[in-house]
Design a binder for this molecule. Structure first.
Ligand code: NDP
Ligand code: 8X3
Length: 249
């Protein structure tokens, strides 16, 4: 299988790359921090896997289209696209939020995911097969206080997944939306702009999901028989029911 992953420099994306690093698979890993991509590539290639890397900011339409051209030339198609790149910035009431943060979240989580999908889906249409796996969130199912714009971006991912599934139905392209709850990655460090103490507090008293849990879930969805498509899957740690209901230990 040929697997293209956005946001592979940390967290879910990195764990997904590691999970798919199996004989017979080829990976194309992307993200902005190219030095991390190079390190990951070196590690995975030691397992005998062919790994390509591309520095990619999903907000940059030109970069996305250049990547798609390269993928088309080198691979001729894509079996699995994992639209994982995304972020939250800040936790603020709607009357106090930083509009620059709003722009970044919308540009990355919504527009970036759309650009990548728009660039890659035609290859899948051409081959009459493929699987697009979008990483949504429990925040895209139930909103929480001060989550406003991040939640809105993940509700958008849910809507895009639902409608892409309909649009791509004639071409036998699967679309899966995976909606994780709290997971301990660099997510909170990014959300709180490098404040490690504040980020760590999010997971105090919690056995949160691990990146590997989501990687295993993505792998499971991606390796089902051709006639089976998991449309939508919500996965939380056992101490969480949804965006709001959580029980610390
Ligand atoms: P991390 O911060 O660990 O990883 C985020 C990844 O997204 C990084 O590889 C980062 O790469 C990439 N990324 C961010 N912005 C861009 C951009 N503009 N262009 C390209 N890549 C970008 O967080 P997670 O692994 O937790 O997050 C992955 C996805 O999972 C996100 O969509 C997030 O919203 C979602 N999610 C996370 C949950 C959690 O609790 N952790 C729960 C539910 C969903 P780089 O900075 O190198 O570009
Ligand atoms: C990440 C989970 O609850 O921090 O999407 O929004 S949450």
């Amino acid at each position: 299988m040929k697997i293209l992953i956005t946001g592979a420099t940390s967290g879910f994306g990195k764990a997904i790359a590691e999970r798919f690093a199996l004989p017979g698979n080829e990976l194309w890993i992307t993200g902005r921090r190219t030095e991390r991509l190079d390190l990951l590539q070196q590690g995975l290639e030691q397992k005998g896997i062919t790994v390509r890397t591309s520095g990619l900011d999903v907000r940059d339409k030109q970069m996305v289209n250049t990547l798609a051209d390269a993928v088309g030339k080198e691979w001729g198609g894509v079996d699995i696209l994992v639209n994982n790149a995304g972020l939250a910035l800040g936790v603020s009431s709607i009357d106090e939020g930083d509009t620059a943060d709003w722009d970044d979240m919308i540009d990355t989580n919504v527009k970036g995911l759309l650009y990548v999908t728009r660039a890659i889906a035609p290859m899948m249409r051409q081959q009459q097969s493929g699987h697009i796996i979008n990483i949504g969130s429990t925040a895209g199912k139930v909103v929480y206080q001060n989550g406003n714009v991040y939640c809105a971006t993940k509700f958008a991912v849910d809507a895009i997944s639902q409608s892409a599934r309909i649009d791509l139905l004639p071409y036998r392209i699967k679309v899966t939306s995976i909606n994780p709850g709290m997971a301990e990655t660099e997510f909170s460090l990014v959300r709180f702009k490098g404040d490690a103490a504040r980020a760590g507090q999010v997971y105090n008293g919690f056995e949160a999901l691990r990146a590997e849990d989501i990687a295993d879930t993505v792998y499971y969805c991606a390796t089902l028989p051709p006639h089976v498509c998991i449309n939508d899957l919500t996965i939380t740690c056992t101490q969480q029911a949804n965006s709001i209901y959580k029980v610390g230990s």
